[in-house]
Write a protein of this length. Structure first.
Length: 321
């Protein structure tokens, strides 16, 4: 019964995200980020030990809230469904991701490079000031590929595995990685724990995202065989143990070539090239959005279906013969 209620909550929460998306103000993830930033100011030290304490406190708080919700709704399927739906909506970002891609595509399609540069920071942390239309298109496609895993598939995997605690803990981990997990003089040691925990939490989801992208390549006019070949060949070339799987699969599915120099506000990172085709064009943004939506919907169905099957098996095991 609990698995069935959790499955219903995931479906309902995903439906709410599709209709509503993220609010402009007061989003639960933003509230968590503000609290984490306040804690960072209080306990920051340039050491791994301080970073471990920070990560443990923030993730532990999110998981604790989830465990409390799980315990309080244990005997009430309706309440469990409602709480799971609210948590699922709060942690999913698929609709907002698609909308940002559409905004950037529309700006570039009309030749409004200034608007596209102003919009890009909503999607990724690159410095857009000197990017042309092609580089903005590449940044957008790469961000959509990576965030299809981070914002949709990964929270669903952990939600299917552990319910509300899994949903909230994963989103806390991923948010901390975005805040302190990048390499910089300030966070080289302090952000180590957040970055490594995020790598671990995304290991399986990223590979599932890659496989789903291969299977659904046709929704973007691509070839599953080509996507699989690029994923197998280039998935390990990216410096991230997880992002490369997603980006390589998208590159193969879209028939484009990703990677290159990325400027993060004066910190330039050179990424290996993934895929064999031309650089992404403006039209490829909408294709990537279509592919991301297909992967997201399939991940929702898999999460809910897995929980439904688990509930059915458990019911048969406990039913009198």
């Amino acid at each position: 019964m609990r698995s069935r209620a959790t499955a219903a909550g995931i479906l309902l929460g995903a439906a709410i995200d599709m209709v509503v998306g993220d609010p402009r103000r007061g989003h639960p993830v933003a509230v968590f980020g503000n609290r984490a930033a306040a804690l960072e100011k209080r306990i920051y030290r340039d050491s791994r030990a301080s970073g471990v304490a920070f990560t443990a406190a923030c993730v532990g708080a999110a998981a604790g809230i989830g465990l409390a919700a799980d315990r309080l709704t244990r005997s009430c399927p309706v309440a469990r469904t409602a709480v799971t739906a609210a948590a699922t909506w709060a942690v999913l970002g698929g609709t907002t991701l698609a909308r940002e891609g559409a905004h950037l595509s529309a700006a570039l399609e009309t030749g409004d490079l200034r608007a596209a540069r102003e919009r890009l920071p909503h999607l990724c942390g690159r410095d857009p000031s000197r990017l042309d239309a092609g580089e903005i298109a590449r940044a957008t496609v790469e961000s959509i590929a990576e965030n299809t895993s981070d914002a949709v598939v990964a929270p669903l995997v952990w939600g299917a595995a552990f319910g509300v605690p899994g949903l909230l803990a994963y989103r806390a981990i991923n948010t901390l990685d975005a805040m302190v997990g990048h390499r910089s003089p300030r966070y080289e040691r302090f952000g180590w724990a957040s970055a490594r925990l995020d790598d671990a939490a995304n290991f399986l989801p990223a590979r599932l995202t890659g496989l789903l992208t291969v299977a659904l390549a046709g929704t973007a006019g691509g070839s599953p065989r080509r996507a699989a070949a690029v994923l197998r060949r280039d998935g390990r070339r990216h410096p991230s143990p997880n992002s490369g799987r997603c980006e390589a699969a998208f590159a193969g599915a879209l028939g484009v070539r990703l990677g290159g120099a990325n400027d993060y506000g004066g910190r330039v990172e050179h990424r290996p090239e993934l895929g064999d085709g031309p650089r992404p064009g403006v039209a490829d943004i909408r294709r990537s959005v279509r592919l991301a939506r297909a992967v997201s919907l399939t991940a929702v169905a898999l999460a809910a279906g897995t929980l439904g099957i688990a509930s059915l098996i458990r019911h048969r095991q406990t039913s009198p013969r």
